[in-house]
Design a protein around this ligand. Structure first.
Ligand code: GDP
Length: 197
């Protein structure tokens, strides 16, 4: 399914402008700078379609991309952005929370965690929310090329241990580097199972 052309088809700033849920959806969430845009580009091999690096002042939206008529990838605005004004920050976060807890057709949330930094309070907040709304999610460790392999493995084990009592988590932790390409094929095959054929 990731061989299909990626088409941007909607952006939403408020929940009333979410497009109708016609395809199975996979959303990507994480702190700003976690490597989300780079991962979307690497997964789809379509560099530049998903804009990288959210700059302060840029409008934050939830962006919807289609892979043919098989799958919809949803790019959620990164949270915890250091320079954003407090009220702006809150409105993005409310939007992300609303999407994640109410969206019909949402099959999976990939929660991206920077391998070097691990999970932070904001990540746990989102996890609690997904647990409450029974939204299936999986953890994707990003930028694995930045740390020693032994530390990647340690981080994965630590997260696995931390989340083992949670109910809505699915699949083991996936480790990727958009830079080296490590783990990208594996993540594609994990996610391809969600697509419509
Ligand atoms: P986003 O804000 O979550 O969309 O993150 P971006 O994809 O824009 O990446 C943030 C920064 O991390 C950029 O400088 C990227 O070049 C860098 N980055 C993203 N993925 C990787 C990776 O796999 N390895 C390394 N070394 N850097 C990465």
């Amino acid at each position: 399914v990731f061989r299909n052309h990626l088409d941007f088809f909607a952006a939403a700033k408020i929940s009333s402008s979410f497009p109708p849920p016609t395809l199975p959806e996979i959303a990507f969430a994480g702190r700003s700078n976690v490597g989300k845009s780079s991962l979307l580009n690497a997964l789809t091999r379509q560099w530049g379609v998903v804009r990288t690096s959210d700059k302060p002042g840029l409008t934050q939206t939830i962006n919807f991309f289609k892979l043919a008529s098989k799958l919809c990838l949803v790019d959620l605005p990164g949270y915890g952005f250091a320079y954003a004004k407090e009220e702006v920050k809150e409105s993005w976060e409310e939007l992300v929370k609303e999407f994640v807890s109410t969206r019909v057709g949402l099959q999976r949330v990939c929660l991206l965690i920077d391998t070097k930094w691990g999970m932070k309070a904001r990540d746990f907040e989102l996890i609690e929310l997904m647990e409450r709304s029974k939204t299936p999610y999986q953890i994707v460790l990003t930028k694995t090329d930045m740390v020693f392999p032994i530390d990647v493995a340690r981080r994965a084990m630590q997260i696995q241990e931390n989340l083992k009592k949670r109910k809505s988590i699915v699949d083991p932790v996936v480790m990727v580097s958009s830079k080296s390409g490590a783990g990208i094929r594996n993540l594609r095959s994990v996610l391809a199972k969600i697509a419509r054929f």
